[in-house]
Design a protein around this ligand. Sequence first.
Ligand SMILES: Nc1ncnc2c1ncn2[C@@H]1O[C@H](COP(=O)(O)OP(=O)(O)OP(=O)(O)O)[C@@H](O)[C@H]1O
Ligand SMILES: [Mg+2]
Length: 302
Amino acid sequence: MKIFNPNVSPKQQPNHESNREVTENCQWQSPLQPTQTFCLINQKGGVGKSSSCFHLAGAYAELGHRVLIIDVDPQGSISQGFFGSSAVEELTTSNSVSALFDESWQFSDWGSLIHKTRFDRIHICPANQTLAQYNSPTPEDAGMLQYALREFIEEQVDYDIVLIDCPPNLYRCTWTAMIAADWVIIPVTPEDFGTQGLRAVHQAIENARVLNPALRRLGHLVTRSDGRLLVHKLYERRLRMLYGEYVLQNLMPELSAFKVAVANRKPVQYHEPKCRAARLTRNLCREILDRTDVKTQRRRVA
Ligand SMILES: Nc1ncnc2c1ncn2[C@@H]1O[C@H](COP(=O)(O)OP(=O)(O)OP(=O)(O)O)[C@@H](O)[C@H]1O
Ligand SMILES: [Mg+2]
């Protein structure tokens, strides 16, 4: 499926009403080689996995990268962020990510699983409740299907960045994401890390490395922090003591602009490109790419 011509500048791409301003302001980046796949995991709910994924997708698209989001959460939060709840409820196994978890599905038409969004460079493989039946706590029972998402992503050569949004548990959906990804990002709120089960998250990453030795921890992403709260500062400091360089310098603080943008079904870069939340997300997406060895690989390609 050809969705974007890398030889043509962003201004010459089909220019959708909703992202015209951002597209005209964006800095054009050459395509990344190879595609970088990130999964956002944490077994604790409400830490900002989906929200971060949604806004990062907008920031990468604004920078000129072609983004594929894969929703492997049966809650379908990020899918609803783009399309609203009614449209997402109507999805079936054959036009959602569920197909990649269903052994009876024939791998003939990858294209039916990928949906365009309102934003030129953002596509999504969405999820809804039909995925819940496959999210078993014993993923190894899935046999070769553990690799289906990985194979699917390997076929998607037209994207620079793949972002996988995971559910708040470490069952089959998250496991499959880790088998498919290059990098793990762990969103954490600056609260009691014990209650976020971080040890179990790290153990799950180690276990996934048996099947995907290339999987690397990119780092913990501090989310929903309030710089005015001493307790948040202390927890952030503690996280940095515990995990050192495996904590991203840039944060996704608690800002209403993130929520308002989601309510308007737009990543913050498209909703309010000049606000603080948009600027912070842009910085974060640059740091994430800096932390990968993409630049080195690009130089080698060139
Ligand atoms: N940085 C932020 N600033 C303000 N609100 C945020 C931020 N991050 C997340 N939220 C809000 O917090 C709530 C939970 O966020 P989100 O759904 O992204 O968490 P999650 O980790 O994906 O949850 P789940 O584990 O249920 O999938 C949402 O209402 C979201 O809008
Ligand atoms: Mg979520």
